[in-house]
Design a protein. Structure first.
Length: 159
């Protein structure tokens, strides 16, 4: 469990770089391919620019909620992975979390927590990135990548 001081430090650092979601999943549970799906945009650049950084979701520990969005294998760590919500600051906030949330939901990509967090429609926790919204081109790229990862047509509208 994070201390208040740790959470404040992460929020301050994250306020300049941003953060995105939750993850705690052992490697033996990975079901997806190790490589990211091909999209017309550069998802690695989008994730690094908006989500990476010290205290957020970069490859250097500690990552917020244990979520690394920079190291190889991001796709396999997100697809059908349950959200951990391990970084919530209070039990009251944790009780708001919808059970069974998936970081990338294969059956209903629009319901993926990684998208809902950047749109501000998450059941609990804070909108990501912490201090700024994603540019529309980056949001479109993330959505396209999530849908492609889930094996769905980005123009299909979800599940």
């Amino acid at each position: 469990m994070f201390t208040t001081r740790t959470l404040i430090a992460q929020a301050l650092v994250g306020s300049t770089l941003g953060c995105a979601a939750d993850l705690e999943r052992p490697p033996e549970d990975y079901e997806a391919a190790e490589s990211s799906p091909q999209t017309l945009c550069n998802i690695d650049q989008v994730l690094t620019k908006n989500c990476g950084g010290i205290g957020c979701h970069g490859s250097i520990a500690p990552q917020a909620a244990g979520l690394d969005l920079q190291s190889p294998g991001v796709a396999s760590r997100l697809l059908d992975a349950p959200a951990s919500h391990s970084d919530l600051s209070s039990d009251a906030e944790a009780l708001k979390c919808a059970p069974g949330e998936l970081l990338v939901d294969r059956t209903n990509p629009d319901n993926s927590l990684i998208l809902r967090k950047v749109l501000g429609t998450q059941s609990c926790g804070m909108k990501m990135p912490l201090t700024f919204g994603l540019p529309s081109s980056d949001l479109d790229c993330l959505r396209e990548w999530v849908f492609t990862l889930a094996g769905k047509d980005p123009g299909s509208g979800g599940g």
